[in-house]
Design a protein around this ligand. Structure first.
Ligand code: GDP
Ligand code: IMO
Ligand code: MG
Length: 430
């Protein structure tokens, strides 16, 4: 039985999934993105050269892999073509290794207009990439899918109806005009479709027939999941394991033999609005941001930073059914004299050991911390546990004991080679 692997974000995104998926892809034959869209920014650094992927699966950077853009994604076709061509210009052959699902929904310019308008009231702090509105149209049964583009007349009609609806909304509700041009939008979409058309397939059937090993690359993170995250301060897809089956079009049974791992930083960050119980708005928070280079890979926004939140991480372990955690950015903590981890929340004498659903509760809870002595030594690039200071090992051991699942890998720097295994996965021995 072939072992596939699912890599998810355990926190509020930006955990280092790109770095991890890239290095693991060396051992897989196909890599699949299946939810979200260009709101994702997955960074890979190879020999000092930086790549940031938004729509393509990160594993595409290895020349032997096949990349799949599966049906659960929402895709801005123009951006997808640009991303592929950008990599081709950097010497990677991508066109012949990529497949795009015929069921993928498109992100259209009117979705981006709506994304900005919706941000005016009840701000979420979105990436403004049109993601939420595109999923709204999908679930409202007004979306346009890649397979629809074969029928030009139908596509034109759908675009016209959608554009008129958005223009009406802009004028009548927001008292604004948006001069999006239907013909221009249509032509540009068709132009991008012409480039990608040969690569469009039924990716579900393709995956069902494929005999190689597959890595599924989650975007965003469990705490941004539309159902299991800090709703409404979330993204509009199932970024947890819940999104795998509908995002790929594969039956839940398909994943019964797969390993499920999630990536977590050794501390916590979040971009945009919403509850963040362990957030540090003081010097310590600033130090985490500067040492960690915590600025968004998609929007460049400074990320909010705080201590590791084990209550939230335990929630991720449970809802994803995790087999292991990959811990990144331990090196960022090297210069801290004291390091804290949140082991429970407390509000008015009431202790919460599991992650509450309600926004009101979440905005009031205070973290209960356990404190660790820092190691004050450089761990960047460490290649084995023996190279880690005792205090760093105790920190990792505590996380593992609290969560009840192993930390399988430690990432000790942004470069591809800066990591080591703490437990070898079974498929490494195959
Ligand atoms: P993703 O969205 O989960 O792929 O994460 P991002 O790429 O948005 O952000 C993670 C950032 O951390 C990137 O700049 C990575 O290069 C960097 N990074 C990943 N792992 C490590 C690590 O172990 N140590 C350090 N210092 N940086 C890391
Ligand atoms: P990766 O894959 C971090 C956040 C936005 C905002 C909320 C909703 O790189 O980890 P959206 O544009 O999706 O409607 O925004 O979700 N967000 C992310 N935060 N990493 C991401 O992706 C994110 N994608 C969306 O900042 O708070
Ligand atoms: Mg990111």
């Amino acid at each position: 039985m072939k072992k596939d692997l699912v890599i998810l974000g355990a926190q509020w995104g930006d955990e280092g999934k790109g770095k991890v998926v890239d290095l693991l892809s060396a051992e897989f034959d196909a890599v699949v993105r299946y939810q979200g869209g260009s709101n994702a920014g997955h960074t890979v650094i190879v020999g000092g050269e930086k790549f940031v992927l938004h729509l393509l699966p990160t594993g595409i950077l290895h020349q032997h892999t096949i990349g799949i853009v599966a049906q659960g994604m929402v895709v801005d076709l123009e951006l997808l073509v640009d991303e592929i061509e950008g990599l081709e210009k950097r010497g990677l052959s991508v066109w012949e290794r990529i497949f795009v699902s015929d069921r993928v929904h498109l992100v259209m310019p009117y979705h981006k207009v709506l994304d900005s308008l919706f941000e005016r009231k009840g701000k979420i702090g979105t990436t403004l990439r049109g993601i939420g509105p595109s999923y709204m149209f999908k679930y409202g049964r007004k979306g346009i899918r890649v397979c629809d583009l074969e029928d030009k007349d139908r596509t034109y009609k759908l675009m016209k109806e959608n554009l008129e609806f958005v223009q009406d909304l802009c004028e009548k509700v927001y008292c604004e005009n948006h001069s999006l041009d239907l013909d221009d939008m249509f032509e540009r979409t068709m132009e991008s479709y012409k480039s990608i058309k040969e690569r469009v397939v039924d990716t579900t059937r393709w995956l069902l027939k494929f005999e190689g090993r597959v890595l599924f690359e989650g975007a965003q993170g469990t705490m941004l999941d539309i159902d299991m995250g800090t709703y409404p301060y979330v993204t509009s897809s199932n970024a947890s394991a819940l999104g795998l089956s509908n995002g790929t079009g594969l039956p839940p049974k398909y994943f019964s033999q797969s390993d499920f791992w999630a990536v977590s930083k050794a501390y916590t960050t979040r971009v945009g609005e919403g509850p963040f119980p362990t957030e540090l708005t003081d010097e310590t928070g600033l130090m985490l941001r500067e040492r960690g280079g915590e600025y968004g890979a998609t929007t460049g926004r400074p990320r909010r930073c705080g201590w590791l939140d084990l209550v939230a991480l335990k929630h991720a372990v449970e809802v994803n059914g995790l087999d292991g955690i990959i811990l990144t950015k331990l090196d960022v903590l090297d210069q801290f004299k004291e390091i804290k981890v949140c082991v429970a929340y407390e509000e008015d004498g009431k202790v919460f050991e599991s992650f509450p659903a309600g926004l009101t509760t979440l905005s009031k809870v205070k973290p209960v911390y356990k404190s660790f002595r820092g190691w004050l030594k450089d761990t960047r690039g460490a290649k084995s546990p023996s190279e880690l200071p005792e205090n760093a090992l105790s920190y990792v051991q505590f996380i593992q004991d609290y969560l009840g699942v192993p930390v399988v890998m430690l990432s000790t720097g942004p470069e591809r080679e800066e990591y080591f295994w703490l437990c070898q996965p079974a498929w490494k021995e195959v």
